[in-house]
Ligand binder design. Structure first.
Ligand code: UDP
Length: 237
């Protein structure tokens, strides 16, 4: 399978068409961005790490009944995926308060939440990805109906249950994460985009060390080492 036309370029990935109209190739880039693109850098090898980490996590989720767009990992930086219409909602699931939640609501950083919190953000860079509620989603026509919103929440929680248990065994706390979904050609909602240390927060269970993009956001250094450590733990039986 080879790349044809560039369909879309985002901050961390490029999407290409292929000979098959139902399949796309995602190329994972080495770019790192934060604060809605205001902070930008490059980390050689980061794209390959996220491609591998995402591929492994998509396989894990597929095997546990979560429909995903993942088809195959093609090479270091490329993933073959099913073409979907991306739903413009970023679904964030949180187990521990940190980041924008603590800033917005004054909840103490590191506080364990009593249950997994699911939030919707409008995927609109020009508006700074604002937090939105169910009614906003319907007024903006982001999904077809209310049942689809319930499905996004159900899938978000289910993905959280699976990944939280998986990472606990790897001595990592899954603090929070962002996922994106799309409609496939049959109108079914499937997990899309990526799941990586760019889009999840992982804290080492023993030391509390951050092993995710917060190392870049907070200029802590050791970004690539952290991503490598996450991959190593995923691959260790
Ligand atoms: N996140 C993401 N893309 C975004 C915003 C957030 O992948 O555009 C992820 C982020 O890595 C974290 C979770 O979603 O795992 C919650 O992020 P938060 O709302 O706390 O945002 P931040 O602190 O980055 O402003």
């Amino acid at each position: 399978m080879t790349k044809k036309e560039l369909l879309y370029e985002g901050k961390a990935k490029r999407l290409f068409t292929t000979d098959d109209p139902d399949l796309l190739i995602a190329e994972f880039k080495d770019d790192l961005t934060a604060f809605n693109g205001e902070k930008h850098s490059e980390e050689q090898g980061k794209g390959a790490l996220n491609n591998k980490i995402s591929s492994e996590l998509f396989k894990l989720l597929d095997n546990t009944g979560i429909p995903t767009h993942f088809v195959d990992m093609l090479d270091e930086n490329h993933m073959l995926v099913k073409r979907v219409d991306i739903i413009l909602i970023e679904v964030v699931v949180r187990n521990i308060a940190t980041g924008s939640l603590t800033r917005r609501l004054g909840i103490e950083d590191g506080k364990k939440l009593p249950f997994a919190l699911v939030e919707f953000y409008y995927k609109r860079d020009d508006l700074g990805d604002p937090l939105i509620n169910d009614e906003h989603c319907l007024i903006l026509d982001l999904v077809k109906n209310e049942a689809d919103l319930e499905e996004l929440k159900r899938l978000g929680r289910e993905i959280n249950t699976i990944l939280k248990a998986f990472f606990r065994k790897k001595e990592l706390n899954l603090v929070d994460f962002k996922v994106e979904f799309g409609y496939d050609r049959d109108g079914k909602i499937v997990l899309a985009d990526e799941i990586s240390p760019d889009s999840c927060r992982f804290w080492d269970i023993k030391s509390g060390e951050k092993l995710d993009k917060d190392r870049f956001r907070q200029s802590l250094g050791g970004v690539k080492l952290a991503y490598e450590e996450v991959l190593k733990r995923i691959m260790t039986k």
